[in-house]
Design a protein around this ligand. Structure first.
Ligand SMILES: [Zn+2]
Length: 349
């Protein structure tokens, strides 16, 4: 019934971007499902208005009565949790399926006025042999600045040269934090957040595609209600908690004023140049994450200002509300669908 489902979906949710295709193998053969792509206005418009320009993508097998793979595009919203932008069910994960998915996604985002997306995927997932690789890889990947990065890589070079040379071949901005684009304001360097979408779906074995829509509808409605309880000019609970942690750690820092908004913040034996005008700290954390680091919190508190004022707009309640401004409208069950001259198709085998 999926071709009919798409028609009814467009009637109830006129701004949905939805495509379905099926295989026609001759006059005596049944039509068979090929693939379906769905992105509701509440999803692609909410993403473009309120989320960082970061898109996590993931594919997983559908367990249940039908074969096929679920492809999804996931963003992080202002409270640092997942916001599904689009999903597709395809026969298999392949270059052809992903090309289809990205083509459809581009259509959905065509009117967003933005084209600065960063994509995150697990395509580099691979086991590298060697006992030291794991530890030093994560030290290097988690580094907020070049100094920490170089230290980890130097250790790896001495202990596991093959791993070192393998990593040096890969463009740094693809895997280490300190090279991430600061405009994204995201320091997440794993793809775990997209995988958690699949885990939370609780996919129905009989009607997986319809279940996802309902799940996304309810997800948006509950978060929309939550956002209405928050103060208009506030930051999200996630950002508040990050500020609290940074504030707690900031008391061990010492300040030396340099003038015109510049400071040297000393932590232990390390000294970090900090610029309040450019909102940068040499530890790297402030500009990469969009939330003041402990050194910045120390200066901001010293200036009798509030660290919340220096948090990126992407963690604001205003952006949260922009993300959850629209809703996915409810749909009737198939017995109530208006008649339409649309073929039935056979599912994937
Ligand atoms: Zn810092």
């Amino acid at each position: 019934m999926l071709p009919h489902y798409v028609v009814v979906m467009k009637e109830t949710n006129p701004d949905v971007v939805a495509y379905i295709s099926w295989n026609n193998q001759g006059p005596e053969m049944p039509l068979t499902f090929k693939r379906i792509f769905i992105s509701f206005g509440a999803q692609y418009k909410g993403f473009a208005k309120g989320c960082r320009p970061l898109i996590g993508i993931d594919g997983c097998h559908l367990k249940g009565n039908f074969n096929g793979c679920l492809l999804s595009a996931i963003a992080l919203y202002a409270n640092q949790q997942i916001f599904p932008i689009a999903y597709a069910v395809v026969s298999e994960e392949s270059k052809d399926s992903w090309t289809y998915f990205f083509r459809c996604l581009r259509t959905a985002l065509a009117d967003s006025g933005r084209d600065d997306w960063t994509f995150m995927s697990d395509r580099m997932k691979r086991q590298f042999p060697g006992p030291y690789f794991e530890a030093y890889f994560w030290q290097a990947a988690n580094a907020y600045n070049e100094w920490v990065f170089t230290k980890a890589m130097d250790k790896m070079k001495g202990l596991d040269p093959a791993a070192y040379h393998y990593l040096r071949e890969i463009d740094l901005k693809l895997w280490t934090r300190f090279k991430f684009d600061p405009t994204i304001c995201c320091d997440d360097n794993t793809n775990n957040f997209t995988e958690s979408f699949n885990a939370t779906l609780g996919l129905d074995r009989v009607l997986p595609i319809m279940t996802i829509r309902r799940n996304c509808m309810v997800r948006i409605a509950t978060r929309q209600a939550t956002g209405e309880e928050w103060q208009e000019n506030d930051i999200t609970p996630y950002a508040k908690n990050e500020i609290k942690k940074a504030n707690d750690d900031s008391r061990f820092c010492q300040l030396h004023c340099s003038g015109r908004g510049e400071w040297e913040v000393v932590e232990g034996r390390t000294s970090f140049p900090l610029n309040m005008v450019q909102r940068t700290c040499m530890c790297g954390r402030w500009q990469i994450s969009g939330i003041p680091c402990k050194h910045a919190c120390r200066v901001i508190n010293n200036n009798r200002q509030s660290p919340a004022q220096f948090v990126s707009k992407y963690y604001s309640v205003a952006y949260y509300r922009a993300t959850y401004d629209l809703t996915i409208h409810p749909m009737p069950d198939p017995t109530q669908w208006p008649p339409a001259d649309i073929p039935f198709i056979a599912p994937l085998k």
